[in-house]
Design a protein around this ligand. Structure first.
Ligand SMILES: CC(C)(COP(=O)(O)OP(=O)(O)OC[C@H]1O[C@@H](n2cnc3c(N)ncnc32)[C@H](O)[C@@H]1OP(=O)(O)O)[C@@H](O)C(=O)NCCC(=O)NCCS
Length: 191
């Protein structure tokens, strides 16, 4: 992924980053067709575009990521370390939703290898849309862009864990599948 200025368009998006909404015309799934209709409606009345994140987005994403953090005290220093690492690996996908006023939301996804799914799985780590921009289809557009990124990398599925946003993912066709367990490890020292 080119992560400097004006990265290549997302799969399914044109070079100006507007969505190509009819790229899977053979798919007659009624749910997918409804989503495509919503895509077209949304794109026709919105100046928001989805693109890959760049180094120039670091401060805006840092501001949004700080709003998302709940389990850990947010560390700007750690954020900037992680941000540079994310931009430098092909297995991470940082997506930005922006309009002419700036960044409205972001999604961080990763691809990891599995045996059980006969190949890689895309995992949505973080997604956040600015409070004043919610309810306009931006979260959906970010998730669809992640799914296109994942499909291009032969991921068998897209998955995530959530505490507060299950209705959003259910509206996008996700289904409950497992219980999320975790153990906070004792070795984290914040700067
Ligand atoms: C969750 C979040 C990313 C959704 O972004 P958004 O831009 O408001 O979502 P959209 O407008 O694209 O909504 C897409 C669909 O989800 C539904 N939806 C979104 N939020 C919902 C909610 N809280 N409850 C029920 N449905 C919801 C919408 O109604 C819409 O469905 P429709 O197209 O069938 O009408 C946004 O609310 C957010 O940033 N929340 C705070 C951070 C957060 O919780 N992130 C998830 C961590 S796992």
């Amino acid at each position: 992924m080119n992560t400097t200025v004006c990265p290549r368009p997302m799969p399914g998006f044109r070079r100006d980053h507007t969505a190509i909404t009819a790229e899977t015309g053979n798919d007659r799934n009624p749910v997918a067709e409804r989503h495509r209709r919503l895509d077209r409606l949304w794109m026709s009345c919105s100046s928001v575009h989805i693109r890959y994140g760049t180094t120039e987005d670091a401060e805006a994403v840092c501001d949004l990521a700080g709003q998302l953090a709940q389990s850990f005290p947010f560390s700007k220093a750690r954020f900037h370390d992680s941000y540079a690492a994310v931009l430098s690996t092909d297995d991470a996908c940082l997506l930005i939703a922006a309009d002419s006023d700036g960044v409205l939301g972001y999604l961080l996804g990763v691809k990891h290898r599995t045996f059980y799914a006969n190949g890689p799985v895309a995992w949505v780590e973080e997604i956040l849309v600015r409070a004043e921009a919610r309810g306009r289809g931006i979260g959906r557009a970010l998730m669809q862009a992640l799914e296109r990124w994942a499909a291009q990398r032969n991921c068998a599925l897209s998955a995530l864990a959530t505490r507060r946003a299950a209705p959003f993912y259910l509206a996008l066709g996700y289904e409950e599948s497992a219980t999320y367990l975790r153990k906070v490890l004792p070795t984290r020292e914040l700067p």
